[in-house]
Design a protein around this ligand. Sequence first.
Ligand code: SF4
Ligand code: SF4
Length: 411
Amino acid sequence: MTTPFPQLPAGARIHSPKSRGSALGTAELLAELTARAGALGLSQLAVTSAAPLEQAATRWQEWLTHGHHGAMSYLSDGERADPRSLLPSAKSVICVAMPYATNSEFVPANRLAGKPPEAAQGQLAGYAQGRDYHPLLWNRLLALADILADLTGEAILARPCVDTAPLLERALAARAGLGFVGKNGLIIAPGGTSLLLLGELLVDFELPLGAAIKDRCGECTKCLDACPTAAFVGPYVLDAKRCISYLTIELQDAIPRELRAPIGTRVFGCDVCQTVCPFNSPSARARAGCAPELASTRDGLSLIGLLELGASRYRAVVRRTALRRVSRVQLARNAAVALGNLGDPQHTAALFRAALEHSSVLVREHAAWALGRLGAESELRTLCDSQQPEPVRVEACRSLAELLDRAAHAT
Ligand code: SF4
Ligand code: SF4
């Protein structure tokens, strides 16, 4: 009778050595692993134990209790503070980071005089300007597990995690000493930047552990002060419900009205609390570099194109990018808001068409709001009087009332 092969935890794999190992002491082993990780494009590597994160677990629970996670109910799933909930035999967590570039601060203002309506661009967060990093980082973590098996000469059971697994990855990276958590809640590497994509490799092997490093924000509050939607409750504490990343990527429903204007022309995420950070100065970014595969290929997308996105064009736009996380309707909704914020009357016709005809009532409602921002009184009157779905009619009438009120106060 054959013994059944024991079932491995989801996502875990055994990495068998291809050599007998290289009799290194633990410190040399870690140094060699770090050097080999660097050659793979993983600019930072630090190790922490697989023991649960106790303080971070308490802070996380408080954050959830306050409801700062909004509609992201999946964040309360799983034992995020305990790596062993993902790999019960884990002994160490190897935390890595891969730098990425962003052109966000270089996006020129949408100056449209003399240009066609399609020229208006919606901004993308830096990490979404190039290729999707998830498969790239995942494959590098697998390669790192192979390297560890070869260096030790032992079979390694490993489980890679790339931000989709329920794990408090920033808290783990901080405990490992990969960087410190800035007041914007992001990991800032010493001598580096916060423009980092984090990954973790859970392994059933004991490696020398790193130590947390001191927060170096000092008196600075630039990120807190610059946030367009005032999303920080205080240092280190984000109310995700107000964050533009949440509003444009996670939220499936209507964007709260009072938060639409500060979104500006961003259609996927936001980088403001990173671009203002002194640790992300141009010279620091130049030093940190960017994984060539993640180089920015586009910093924006045509807003009219997004508003009128069909199913096949949608697939082409999001293919192999982090934009896959949002639906066609979300992109069109975000484009309507951005066009409203751009305030250029040459977009009235496209927005009116969307308000009347888009297949999604959600998009039609946001297009009606945008028409109000453009001062499109006659179009709003048509939407108010017609047999529109309730949310569209209500939004059009409210926007019209505001428009008339502004006009009355201007005279
Ligand atoms: Fe604020 Fe943008 Fe940072 Fe979110 S990503 S906290 S909206 S600055
Ligand atoms: Fe810290 Fe200032 Fe950077 Fe915010 S902007 S993370 S406070 S250094």
